[in-house]
Design a binder for this molecule. Structure first.
Ligand SMILES: Nc1ncnc2c1ncn2[C@@H]1O[C@H](COP(=O)(O)OP(=O)(O)OP(=O)(O)O)[C@@H](O)[C@H]1O
Ligand SMILES: [Mg+2]
Length: 263
């Protein structure tokens, strides 16, 4: 079995904190000495621009160094990796052409397994400890590929009135994935953008705790303007403002993820 563990961040609900959690957990893991590859699976390019300015993101797309080209041509994903400023923390960028990915997948043989196959050579080399995939806010053939390629899925949920809406669809989708990829584990729900002053936050937490068979991460992430400033500087907050509250929370979440995987 490969030592490289693949973790997806997915939730069909938009704006639930998938990308921010993925980019910060990835950076926190690399600060702990782990080798990490991130894959930007969303046409919004948010994970790519969490580490690079827009000009660089465009140049990756021009050079066809994107997950879209890898999937379209069904090639070894190693050829599409770019290095971030941090050693041992790399990225496969996205491109706006990801909007066509469902169309590309449609005619492929074993279309749910394309990403898994593209990742196999990367995993076989055993260089990375973790591969973290940022999924778009949809549930279709591409997200099916993301989850089939993953050992674990983390579901970021925003502590807001609509944050829980549609969560059942996400769990149903995971069950479908498990029918063709039985090893997928739902690691848990990570509560994001929490505002402890609001009564609604406590209610969301209680509702999630009462859900049968749902595992909640102990560390939740509170709203912090440092997150937005870091994104404006194309850096994850754990590197941009190491002593901020959210940096500490993302680091603790990353530690909780490590202890889950190593148990
Ligand atoms: N802890 C936080 N504190 C403050 N703002 C946050 C925090 N986490 C995320 N945000 C903000 O919330 C918005 C949505 O976050 P993010 O892009 O990570 O969600 P997403 O689930 O990836 O969205 P999408 O579904 O569009 O891909 C962003 O503008 C981000 O800056
Ligand atoms: Mg996102």
């Amino acid at each position: 079995m490969s030592k490289t563990k693949v973790i997806a961040f997915a939730n069909n609900k938009g704006g639930s904190g998938k990308t921010t959690t993925c980019s910060n957990v990835a950076c926190a893991l690399s600060m702990m000495g782990k080798k990490v590859l991130m894959i930007d699976g969303d046409m919004q390019l948010n994970l790519t621009i969490s580490y690079f300015d827009e000009e660089s993101a465009l140049s990756f797309a021009e050079a066809e160094k994107t997950v879209y080209t890898a999937i379209k041509q069904e090639r070894d994903l190693s050829n599409f990796i770019v290095e971030t400023k941090t050693k041992g923390l790399d990225l496969v960028p996205s491109s706006s052409l990801m909007s066509e990915i469902e169309f590309e997948l449609f005619t492929k043989w074993q279309r749910e397994f394309v990403l898994k196959k593209c990742l196999e050579p990367v995993k076989a080399k055993g260089y990375y400890d973790y591969i973290l995939i940022d999924a778009p806010p949809t549930l279709g053939g591409w997200v099916m590929n993301v989850l089939v390629a993953s050992d674990y899925v983390i579901i970021p949920v925003e502590a807001s009135p609509w944050g829980l809406f549609g969560l059942a669809n996400m769990f149903d989708f995971c069950a479908k994935v498990k029918s063709i990829s039985p090893n997928l584990q739902i690691m848990g729900i990570a509560v994001t953008k929490a505002d402890e002053r609001k009564k609604y936050f406590k209610q969301t937490l209680e509702t999630l705790k009462d859900m049968e068979g749902v595992r909640l991460f102990e560390n939740y992430i509170r709203v912090d303007s440092a997150v937005e400033w870091s994104q404006d500087n194309s850096m994850p907050v754990v590197a941009f403002k190491k002593n901020s509250r959210s940096a500490l929370e993302y680091t603790n979440l990353a530690k909780e993820i490590l202890s889950y995987v190593d148990r």
